[in-house]
Each structure stands twice: as C-alpha cells, then as structure tokens.
Design a binder for this molecule. Structure first.
Ligand code: 8LH
Length: 473
C-alpha cells in the first residue's frame, strides 16, 4: 500500500472519527478506499482477515474448535485463495452453538458485559438467534452505513423514513444509525401494525420525508395505500428509496414500478443481519445491481458445494466475512443466496466487484419444474410487468402424479372480463420465454391477496404439503 496515502481510517480494531463528514458535493465518503486499485485493496483485506482470524482464535472458542477440527490456523492464510479453505459457517451451527452457550453463543468474542445492544432473528419458528452487539460494533456499523448511504447520494439535508419493523430486525436499526451518523434527520415510523400504512402516508407529507427505507414489497403496498387515500405517491416528495431484506430493487420490473410510482431513484442494499453492516452491498449510480464493499464485509461468491470462489461472470452463493466486527465476528458465513458477480472496474466509480442483478434468490426457494431451475424473482419480474397487474400474485407449485406443475395466480385490475383469457395467455407466453417452462396463469380479483409490510412470501409449495402428509414423491 502507498505509505503516503493510506486507506482512510482503516484500523483493527476499527476506530472512526465520529466528527468526519465529507463535503456535500463529494461523491465518495472515503475516496481512496472506494476507488483504489482492487488488487491493492485485496492486500489490505488479506492482512485484515489474518487479524480478524487471529482475534477470533484468541477470543471465540467456537472458531478455535471449528478450525482445529479442520486443521487450519490463522497463520496459514497466506493469500486469499488460502482463505477459501477455511470451512464455512452455517446458520444452523450458530443456532446450535447459542443453544449450547446461551445467550450469545461461544462465537461471542467480547466480554458479555460489553454487549450493549441486542437484536435477533424474527423467525416465528425454531430457535431465534440473538445478535449481541458491542458499542464499538454499533459505531462501526453506523459509520459503514453512513458511508454506503452517502454513496447513494443521501445527505444531511434529507429526512429518512425507516419503514420496516423497529423491533428485533437489525435492518431497521442499521438504517437508523447510519442515517443518524450521516447527519440526516431520522424518522423511525416503523411498519407492521394495523392501519399504520395510511398513517405513514399522512406523516410522510407532513414531515417532508425525502428518503424511504424498507422492503420493496412494502414500498409497493405503500404506493397502493397512498392512491387509495387519494394521494399520488409521486407527490409525496421522495428523492430516493433504498431497500434491503428481499429481492426487488434489482429486479427490473419491480424497480421500475417503484421508480414510476414515487418518481424517485431506487437503490438496492442488504446481505444478512449476522454480517451487519448488511448495507455493504450498495448501489452503483442509478442502475440495478449492487457493489460488494469488500473493505467492510469481504464477500466471496462461491460454488454452493465446495465453497470456493467462482470466476467473475459466474453464479454462486455469497460467503461473507465481517472485517469490522469484534463482538460476534462472522468468518465465512454461508448465505445460501444466489447471485452472479462481475470483476471490479474503475468505470463504475468504485473498484468493488459488482453484482449486476443483486441477490436474486435463495437456493432453498429455487424450485425445479420439469428439469428447469426457477427463481420466484424471475416470475415476479414477468408478472409484475403485465399491463393490468393488480398488485399481488401467488406462485403455486404442485405435483400431479410424478410431474411438478407451476401455476401463478395473478390479480388483475382494469382488465375487461371478456379479455381476461387472452391477458392470462399473454403472460403465460412471456413466462415460458423467460423461464423455459410453461406455467398456468390464473387471473384473480384485485385485492384477493394480503399485502405485506415486510418481506413477501409468494410461493405456495403444495409438494411440501404432500411430503408432510407422506403421500408425495
Ligand atoms: C436480500 C437482500 C437484497 C436481504 N436482495 N435478497 O438486508 C437487511 C438484513 C438486515 C436482512 O434482511 O437480514 P436477514 O433478516 O438476516 O435476512 C437475510 C436474507 O434476506 C438474505 O439471506 C437474503 O435472502 C435476503 N436479502 N437483502 C435480495 N438486497
């Protein structure tokens, strides 16, 4: 690294100047870190990985046990390819470890007394996982998020609405503390209580909200409720919306619908709560897709079976390593999500690897119909582009004898009854072309389905039901 021009505020453990903020007209929060040659950054990342691993070895019995079993010592990591040999961490392992070492697991690498914030998974089934966050980590996350939000063009003059649940969900708090650190005005309205969405519309107007944070599904629901209340969402005054939590902001049709409804720019971000700063994936200008800000959370897009990096241009599953977390460091956490990555290029304004379609699904959510792999987000993309789309749909996978079949129930709005059949067949054609397999489209009335205020669940897998009843296969 250039000794005359070191990376800005780059240290282990992380320490940030809390008074720092770039001049408003500056595009990058930390220009050097964000635009330096990727190879030089990788050298710094390798050194940091070794520090983080040594720290975890000394402070977190979970990692020492795991690596001893695998015959790996932090000192053996001499390049980023060596790092690919470090075994991945699965979410089930974290859950089991917390059950055995309550409440934060033996991967807690600080004294329990240092845990000053608790968040957790909001899953309603199974054992929830607790996130124990030290004050130092809380500040690192705030600084990282401020930086990524700055990259989205959010400034201290903005009022940022946090429109996702303000409870256990790390996403909401991460957006909150990032906006606060950036110097913006934060408006934590939350989401998820009955009647709240109509009130959100009213308050947005009154407070002059300029930036929205939530899930893509919720933004679309909000637009619908605003229209029901007689308010054109484009008149709400939003400049920008940024998202995380589910695919959508990089799915062209969903992105387009949100941009058109609010007449504002859309940005994707998000990874996993465990690897907060989750916002390490952030937008490139005004295109779909996200950067992997490697100096915050080192992301390897890997083969889902051997967990080695796939070449740029290829699809794989992100494996994440936090480079700035000390309380519950995550070292090669397996996401089981799917994405495709591209090599860093200075042309994009930041020299990070780029994920042009964002994260487009989870491996578990992918299903196979007549030999073709299908992602729900690919169906969303086609169906939501249809003229007369009513705002919601459901994807139903069932099994007839030994054959899986796919049906999509699509709400329609403003489509004449006499043309409904043709409308459905036209969507079927587009689905066949996009997915390579046929799907049966069933038109249903507008507002047949519940809207979500958080992450959408649109897939109904009847085969699961059959399996549970013991009559499947
Ligand atoms: C995404 C995205 C995205 C998350 N595109 N899929 O992102 C906020 C964090 C706090 C979050 O949602 O964490 P959580 O609840 O642990 O969920 C993580 C999963 O959510 C992740 O594995 C993805 O499947 C999905 N996700 N952000 C597509 N921008």
């Amino acid at each position: 690294m250039d000794a005359q021009n070191p990376m800005e505020q780059w240290s282990w453990p992380p320490r940030y100047d809390e008074t720092y903020r770039p001049p408003s007209g500056q595009r990058h929060w930390f220009p050097r870190r964000e635009t330096m040659p990727a190879g030089e950054r990788d050298e710094a990342i390798l050194a940091r990985i070794r520090e983080v691993m040594a720290y975890a070895w000394d402070h977190a019995p979970f990692y020492r046990r795991k690596w001893e079993e695998a015959g790996i010592h932090p000192s053996a990591i001499r390049d980023l390819s060596d790092f690919e040999k470090v075994p991945v961490v699965r979410k089930e392992e974290l859950r089991a470890d917390q059950a055995a070492h309550e409440p934060f697991g033996s991967y807690l690498a600080v004294d329990p007394g240092e845990v000053k914030h608790v968040n957790g998974t909001s899953g309603t089934t199974g054992r929830p996982t607790a996130f124990g966050i030290s004050e130092r980590d809380w500040r690192s996350v705030a600084n990282a998020h401020a930086r990524v939000m700055w990259g989205m063009g959010i400034r201290e003059t903005d009022t940022v609405l946090v429109a996702s649940p303000l409870s256990l969900y790390w996403g909401s708090w991460g957006a909150y503390i990032g906006a606060e650190r950036l110097g913006a005005r934060v408006f934590p309205f939350g989401a998820g209580t009955p009647g709240q969405t109509a009130r959100t519309v009213m308050w947005m107007k009154q407070m002059g909200v300029t930036v929205f944070y939530g899930t893509p599904s919720y933004a679309l629901h909000l637009a619908e409720v605003a229209a029901d209340e007689g308010v054109d969402p484009a008149d709400l005054g939003l400049r920008k919306l940024f998202f995380s939590g589910e695919p959508g902001a990089s799915v062209p049709t969903i992105r387009g619908r949100i941009e058109a409804a609010f007449d504002a720019a859309v940005y994707d971000s998000g990874s996993m709560a465990e690897v907060s700063p989750w916002m390490h994936l952030g937008a490139a200008n005004h295109e779909p897709g996200v950067f992997a800000w490697q100096d915050l959370v080192y992301t390897e897009v890997c083969d889902p079976v051997d967990h080695h990096r796939v070449d740029y241009g290829r699809e794989g599953t992100p494996v994440y390593t936090t480079l700035e977390r000390t309380s519950q460091p995550m070292i090669r956490l397996l996401s089981n999500d799917l994405t495709r990555w591209e090599a860093p290029s200075a042309d994009r304004g930041r020299t990070y690897p780029f994920l042009p379609q964002g994260i487009y699904g989870r491996i578990d959510d992918m299903f196979t119909v007549r030999g073709e792999n299908v992602y729900p987000s690919a169906i969303d993309d086609v169906v939501m582009a249809a003229e007369g789309y009513g705002g919601e749909h459901r994807i139903v996978i069932s099994r007839k004898s030994t054959m899986d079949t796919l049906a999509v129930q699509v709400e329609h709005r403003g489509v004449a009854e006499s043309t409904l059949d043709g409308w459905a067949r036209a969507i079927e054609d587009k689905l066949r072309r996009a997915l390579g397999v046929g799907a049966h489209v069933v038109p249903v009335e507008y507002k047949t389905f519940d809207r979500t205020e958080f992450k959408a669940r649109r897939v109904i897998d009847d085969r699961d039901l059959l399996r549970r009843l013991g009559s499947g296969s």
